[in-house]
Ligand binder design. Structure first.
Ligand code: PGA
Length: 259
């Protein structure tokens, strides 16, 4: 069985370095006990250097990441942060294609450019895909396929080892206006198989099977085990519950026990 990866997406929280530290230190303590699970904390990028100062070499299971990174390294791009800045500030991962970024204007083409540069910079990319709604004609599968193929178009397959995919149906994300709660583990498993099939067209069967496929959308302490066991998820992308230290610690324990 594959090792698990649990990604904490803090989104626009918290709003001060002090609180960021208070949220991070319990994760750091919890990560010490993990044997087979990697935790990736993605705070607002401003806090990366501060949190990176709490990392040490003995804790290989705890990493930092960004929630986005621009498609240019440097230059006249007001307000943007490039992937090399993420890396040099202590980030090893970046989330790309999150539905909340897509809603703010990240098109498939923009996501592809961001993905290419982030991979070339050596970051591991958590590529988010997911449909807005389910329809009886299964058009949503075309959406998932389209998001994957568009993001990976002309991306060399040698980068496969740096790639993770997070399946996050929009309707399941807790901050979505019409969130109806998490998906089911059985449904996730079906989508994960579909995602690997699409990935195998981009790379090959072996690489596609080795690529972690995570579940995200209203993950909490009650449903985490189901996604990891029955759903066979290689990990979880956790938003709201990652801001609750006790609950997040439990999710990490559950992940490690299932690995
Ligand atoms: P949620 O967020 O766990 O609050 O649903 C997940 C995400 O948007 O990444």
């Amino acid at each position: 069985m594959m090792k698990k990866t649990v990604v904490a997406n803090w989104k626009l929280n918290p709003d001060s370095p002090r609180e960021a530290r208070e949220l991070f230190l319990p994760v750091k303590r919890a990560a010490r006990g993990l044997k087979k699970t990697t935790v990736v904390v993605c705070p607002p990028v401003l806090f990366l250097p501060l949190l990176a100062s709490y990392l040490n070499d003995s804790q290989k299971r705890l990493c930092l990441g960004a929630q986005d990174a621009f498609w240019a390294r440097e230059g006249a791009w007001t307000g943007q942060i490039g992937p090399s800045s993420v890396r040099k500030s202590g980030g090893q991962y970046v989330i790309l294609g999150h539905s909340e970024k897509r809603a703010l204007g990240d098109s498939d083409a923009i996501i592809r450019e961001k993905l290419k540069l982030a991979l070339a910079e050596g970051l591991r990319v958590v590529l988010c895909v997911g449909e807005k709604e389910r329809d009886a004609a299964a058009e949503y599968l075309k959406i998932i396929r389209g998001q994957l193929t568009a993001a990976l178009e002309r991306v060399p397959k040698r980068f496969a080892a740096q790639l993770l995919v997070a399946y996050e149906p929009l309707w399941a994300i807790s901050t979505a206006p019409r969130s109806s709660g998490a998906d089911t583990p059985a449904d996730f498993l079906e989508k994960a198989i579909f995602i690997r099939k699409v990935l195998s067209h981009w790379s090959d069967h072996g690489r596609a099977m080795a690529m972690p496929v995570l579940y995200g959308g209203s993950v909490n302490r009650k449903n985490a085990a189901g996604f990891l066991a029955e759903g066979q998820a290689d990990g979880l992308l956790v938003g709201r519950a990652s801001l609750r230290p006790n609950e997040f610690r439990e999710i990490l324990k559950i992940a490690d026990a299932s690995a």
